[in-house]
Write a protein that binds this ligand. Structure first.
Ligand code: COA
Length: 335
């Protein structure tokens, strides 16, 4: 058995900054409402045609590969987490393999929305633990802006989400005392539709129905979120899964050097921080600048934390996520 550790991190966000005031020009919303409820000040939106979920993932991956000090030919496997793939199929994993010119290694797509990166890390960790692979490229990337309802009708969702990508290289660690100590995954499909995008799919809204109906009021291909219900579940599950991870390793909340929560809502992060009695410098938040970038949020935040010197050798770093599914999970890392 081997441990895996993160040896390289990178992120990419589009240059195009969209402020709350910019949104208030195209829908009935305002900066005060958005900041008070979510903490978000601005987010990035791709300029149409300039980037895709895959191209952003590739840009983040190049930085992570270089920082890991490996060559693309050293990559044994690719795991790509997104809810906003370029194509309905195939998923972006193979597009990254093609665009980076990586040899014909396996490429797996993960569909776990806001928990996608935590699930992807957990999958990659298992392959390294067993000795099957040595270096795995893990990407979380989202292009939300093309798919949001940018009218007043969609404001409760569209002000929250932003575009971007983050990537990590997971490599075999030298000892069992460093790297990923454990990962913890959960789901509760009972609430699948509470945060969902129903169409197009093969269940309720077929592509052929949408084309046939040609109904401009059809909301089924925009994301739906029962915000307060999601919020209530998120604070409970975040807390549970962080405690589960700490407990598994004989640790307490005050052992955490840095918690990097999925950037769902600043109020959720603050709730967790208060519940665990953590100081401001023990929790990393950047939702103010990027909004909720779903599967990309943890790798973007972790990269920024690392770049600003907040992640050091020997630190206990905890990643935690909750989102659509519902799915949730945590990763406990000795850096
Ligand atoms: C989405 C969220 C910010 C909404 O906040 P809320 O306090 O629950 O707000 P509500 O949905 O009850 O709406 C309150 C009012 O604001 C209005 N409103 C909704 N979006 C608005 C916007 N962008 N701008 C201005 N007003 C808005 C609503 O229409 C409603 O008006 P009404 O009282 O006249 O009906 C909040 O529920 C939340 O953060 N939930 C969790 C979201 C999350 O983390 N999702 C990702 C999980 S991975």
């Amino acid at each position: 058995m081997y441990n895996s550790k993160i040896t390289g991190l990178g992120y990419y966000v589009p240059d195009n900054v969209v402020t709350n005031d910019d949104l208030s020009k195209i829908m009935d919303t305002n900066d005060a409402w958005i900041q008070e409820r979510t903490g978000i000040k601005e987010r990035r939106h791709v300029i149409k045609g300039e980037d895709t979920t895959t191209s952003m993932g590739v840009k983040a991956a190049k930085i992570a590969i270089e920082r890991a000090g490996i060559d693309k030919d050293d990559i044994d496997f690719i795991v790509f987490a997104t809810l906003s793939p370029d194509y309905y199929f195939p998923g972006p994993g193979v597009l990254v393999q093609r665009d980076l010119g990586i040899k014909t290694v396996g490429a797996l797509d993960v569909r776990n929305q806001c928990s996608g990166f935590v699930y992807a890390i957990s999958v990659a960790d298992q392959y390294i633990k067993t000795g099957m692979y040595k270096n795995i490229l893990v990407i979380g990337s989202e292009l939300h802006s093309y798919g949001l309802d940018m009218t007043t009708r969609g404001r409760a969702v569209s002000v929250i989400f932003g575009d971007g990508a983050g990537a990590a290289i997971l490599s075999r660690a030298e000892s069992q005392d460093e790297g990923i100590l454990s990962t913890h995954l959960h789901s509760e499909g009972q609430h699948a539709e509470e945060l969902s995008l129903i169409a197009p799919g093969m269940g309720k809204r077929w592509v052929s129905d949408i084309i046939a109906d040609n109904d401009p009021n059809d909301e089924s291909y925009f994301p739906y979120m029962n915000g307060q219900f999601v919020f209530k579940n998120a604070v409970v599950r975040f807390s549970e899964v962080i405690m589960e991870g700490l407990g598994k390793n004989g640790l307490q909340p005050n052992d955490i050097d840095l918690l990097v929560p999925h950037q769902a809502n600043l109020r959720i992060s603050q709730f967790i921080q208060n519940k665990f009695g953590l100081k401001d410098d023990q929790v990393f938040n950047n939702i103010m600048s990027y909004g909720n970038t779903t599967a990309a949020s943890i790798p973007i935040a972790l990269t920024e934390a690392w770049e600003s010197g907040k992640v050091n050798s020997g630190d206990l770093v905890v990643l935690a996520a909750f989102g659509s599914g519902f799915t949730w999970g945590s990763v406990i890392i000795r850096w």
